[in-house]
Design a protein around this ligand. Structure first.
Ligand code: PMP
Ligand code: GLU
Length: 397
């Protein structure tokens, strides 16, 4: 029956992060002894104050279609909160709400690219970026960055890539999934200036903006180079910061023309974001700052504990994550000894022999690595490290 599938659809692979997370949950539900560090989502409950706002929205009958770009009070609060946070003014007409940050990125790609345009993506990249670029008919251009420089894009590298050919859009993500890279103010300034000078559009994925550790601070490119505002779409949302992944609310901020087109596209593609979740997100932004900070503090403790143990395991190297909730570890020194040829086989073997589920780095563009999520309880993290240690021991000496 493959003749009924379009060439376009045949080109798209399922999301490895979502499918492996489901696999870990299914195996556990089936009673298998599996520990999974696959989840790219907080393990915390959504804070009570947010849940209550959703119950109230249902009771009050706020259950109908909303405007395509989202409810006015939420657009206004996002505009106010982010004008202050980003340090430059955004009007409510320059903000829109979608079904998760993923959806916001997709809408932005649709509006900023013509078929065949290049979108520059840097390794290690979040698995959905290249697929989304292909979905809108544009072309992903992958630029490989090195662990030696904490997977950071340098201004020199950007200059040399742009000199080869100028992309239509750069897709940038800090704090980064999967390596936890966070750019400093000066690094952001240098990159932002080049993008501005070259007239390249920017999609800045800042979904992990509140999750930074050890004095690392998040700087949005538009805060540091405000001239970028009109050609930049800032993407964020409530999923990671407020433990609201399943509520599916993301935001985009840009110039009003870009937002107008993104909303027009969304109006026909999905109608509007979930009404109840929008009211819950409004309460998250207004009332759940303490809960957000408490979860961040907890992630930092886990990160420190995890880094301490992981760094004692031989044959494994990793940059210390400055943000998000992942470690991207180079495990390729073990491939020969384990008899595997890449990260996918490595993870399969680890699951089969030790019941530990990690995400292979291949789909992030780094086949020498695996991704550990530390969005799990200390108990789960320690159990995972016990299993990983034992696996490494089996294949060492
Ligand atoms: N960007 C990155 C880098 C992510 O890791 C995720 C995780 N899902 C998203 C965007 C999408 O977030 P959301 O769940 O709000 O769609
Ligand atoms: N972004 C998360 C991850 O990388 C969640 C899953 C997804 O949406 O891809 O695991």
């Amino acid at each position: 029956m493959s003749d009924i599938i379009s060439e376009r659809a045949k080109n798209i692979e399922p999301s490895i992060t979502l499918s492996l997370n489901t696999k870990a949950n299914n195996l556990r539900e089936a009673g298998e002894d599996v520990v999974g560090l696959a989840a790219g989502e907080p393990d915390f409950e959504t804070p009570d104050v947010i849940k209550k706002a959703a119950y109230k929205a249902i009771e009050q009958g706020k259950t109908r279609y909303t405007p395509a770009a989202g409810i006015a009070p939420l657009r206004k609060v996002i505009a106010d909160v982010y004008s202050e946070r980003l340090g430059l003014p955004y009007d409510a007409s320059e903000v829109m709400i979608s079904n998760g940050a993923k959806h916001s990125i997709f809408n932005a790609l649709y509006v900023l690219t013509n078929p065949g345009d290049e979108v520059m993506i840097f390794t290690p990249y979040w698995v959905s970026y290249p697929e989304m670029v292909k979905l809108v008919g544009a072309k992903p251009r992958i630029v490989e960055l090195s662990a030696d420089n904490d997977y950071k894009l340098t201004p020199e590298r950007l200059e040399s890539e742009v000199a080869k050919s100028k992309p239509k859009v750069v897709l940038y993500n800090s704090p980064n999934n999967p390596a936890g890279t966070v750019y400093t103010k000066e690094e952001v300034r240098a990159i932002g200036k080049i993008l501005h000078r070259e007239g390249i559009s920017l999609i800045s994925d800042e979904i992990y903006e509140f999750l930074t550790y050890e004095g690392n601070k998040h700087y949005s490119p538009v805060s540091i180079v405000p001239e970028l505002k009109e050609r930049t779409v800032v993407i964020t949302g409530v999923s990671k910061s407020y433990a609201m992944t399943g509520w599916r609310i993301g935001f985009a901020l840009s110039g009003s023309e870009v937002i107008y087109r993104m909303a027009a596209y969304q109006a026909h593609a999905t109608g509007c974001p979930n009404a109840i979740s929008q009211w819950a997100a409004l309460t998250a932004l207004k009332e759940a700052g303490k809960d957000r900070d408490m979860m961040r503090d907890e992630f930092e403790k886990r990160k420190d504990m995890f880094a301490e143990r992981l760094s004692t395991i031989p044959s494994v190297t990793f940059p210390d994550p400055g943000g998000a909730f992942y470690f991207l570890a180079d495990v390729s020194a073990m491939y020969d000894r384990c008899g595997v040829s890449g990260s996918g086989e490595f993870c399969e073997k680890l699951l089969k022999e030790k019941g530990l589920l990690l995400i292979p780095g291949g789909p992030f563009g780094c086949d020498n690595t695996v991704r550990f999520s530390f969005a799990a309880s200390e108990e789960t993290l320690n159990a995972a490290l016990d299993r990983f240690e034992s696996f490494v021991e089996d294949y060492t000496g």
